[in-house]
Unconditional design. Structure first.
Length: 401
């Protein structure tokens, strides 16, 4: 019987006493967010392992309270996706429930045990982090892929300049806690995957505007024509006799080095985005893996699929970010205004290329830099690098202000 309680009802994670079970069905309320550093930096890969071993029998694979034995559990297992009120409670309160379990209901042989007697403290934090992730991703899915913004300050949205959108002031989740458990980095002869994306943390930004589209060949030529005779800037290598190839006016410009990209933005009264600004514009506030959600789809970006290079900007309507930006994954990678250095708190990983030799590149391109066609290269937290005086076959840019 005890074994049944541990492997079936087990981790019926937040099935606590009746006073904690008032369910909010407000799907349009604020999205759930980790609120403590311990939850933000939780090892989600380990959290998933623990959850699938103990929790999904009651709470279900997606955390919706519809596990295989949920019907036998009293009180009914919590639906983490729909119970917004509960999931917005402080981490410490939820951890107390996990630690101490639920009061046994006399009408049910299945109930939640005290997990502090079974799991280590770190494992409990990891599973809480994973549960919050299930809640966030489930609500995004229910909303048709659109992020529900909560941490951003309620304010009148300023009128955006033409071709730009406003990214509101507020918090967002930056970085990743993913672990390369399959050692793919080593197998592909690369640096360890994900380590330069740590730690996963909450960042607060002021409001700003961002370009909806990547800068196109047409945009860049207008800039070069305007500064001709005053500034010498190297032409894109694929232009023929200074002219854009036929039918590629609205393709993103590439082989443009970092300094030329910054010059273009400054000419228009803009600038390159910081790394944090780029990431928030790409993933919104819910920590999603890709601009459109948490499931990779070859149908939502250009990355060595049916093309041998960039294509017209904005071609993937379903691949937009929560703020409506196109091609934040795929087509061309994008320069940002940051040297390739460790994040604060991530100095334990010593990448020999850290320093002020490389600038950060974000977004994952169609493949010209020689990347393998792996989904991880197109996540919103993935970091690449390039020498600022070199142009690359799949690196372009967009501006902010």
């Amino acid at each position: 019987m005890y074994k049944l309680k541990l492997q079936a009802a087990v981790c019926s994670m937040l099935v606590a006493n009746v006073s904690l079970l008032s369910v909010s069905q407000d799907a349009g309320a604020a999205p759930v967010q980790p609120q403590s550093q311990a939850a933000i930096t939780a090892d989600l890969a380990n959290g998933k392992v623990v959850y699938m071993k103990y929790c999904f029998y009651c709470h279900g694979k997606e955390g919706r309270g519809d596990g295989a034995i949920a019907i036998a559990v009293k009180p009914k297992p919590v639906n983490f996706v729909r119970d917004v009120e509960r999931m917005n409670r402080p981490d410490a309160e939820l951890m107390k429930i996990i630690d101490n379990g639920a009061v046994q209901n006399p009408d049910s042989r299945l109930y939640m045990p005290a997990w502090k007697e079974v799991l280590s403290e770190q494992e409990r934090w990891n599973v809480l982090g994973y549960i919050r992730e299930l809640a966030r991703t489930g609500r995004v899915k229910d909303a048709g892929g659109a992020a529900v913004v909560s941490t951003e300050k309620q304010q009148d949205t300023p009128s955006a300049p033409e071709g730009m959108v406003y990214i509101p002031e507020g918090d967002f989740i930056m970085g990743s806690a993913t672990v390369d458990v399959e050692a793919m980095g080593l197998r592909f002869g690369s640096e360890p995957y994900y380590k330069n994306e740590r730690p996963r943390r909450i960042i607060s930004l002021k409001g700003y505007y961002a370009d909806i589209y990547e800068v196109t060949n047409k945009d860049y030529k207008e800039f070069l024509d305007a500064v001709r005779g005053n500034v010498r800037i190297r032409l894109p290598t694929y232009w023929v006799n200074g002219q854009i190839p036929a039918d590629q006016e609205n393709f993103p410009v590439y082989t443009v080095h970092w300094y030329a990209a910054m010059s273009y933005c400054r000419f228009l009264g803009k600038r390159l985005p910081t790394e944090a600004e780029w990431e928030k514009a790409a993933r919104g506030t819910d920590g999603r893996e890709f601009p459109w959600g948490n499931e990779y789809s070859i149908k939502k970006l250009n990355n060595q699929s049916d093309f041998a290079g960039p294509i017209t900007v904005g071609s993937y309507e379903d691949g937009k970010s929560p703020y409506g930006l196109y091609d934040m994954s795929g087509n061309v990678s994008e320069w940002v205004d940051a040297w390739y250095k460790p994040y604060p708190g991530g100095e334990d990983y010593k990448d020999p290329k850290y320093g002020e030799e490389y600038k950060v590149v974000r977004g994952g391109g169609w493949g010209g830099m020689g990347h393998y066609n792996l989904a991880l290269y197109y996540t919103t937290s993935h970091r690449e690098k390039g020498k600022p005086l070199e142009g690359y076959q799949d690196v372009g840019f967009r501006c902010v202000k």
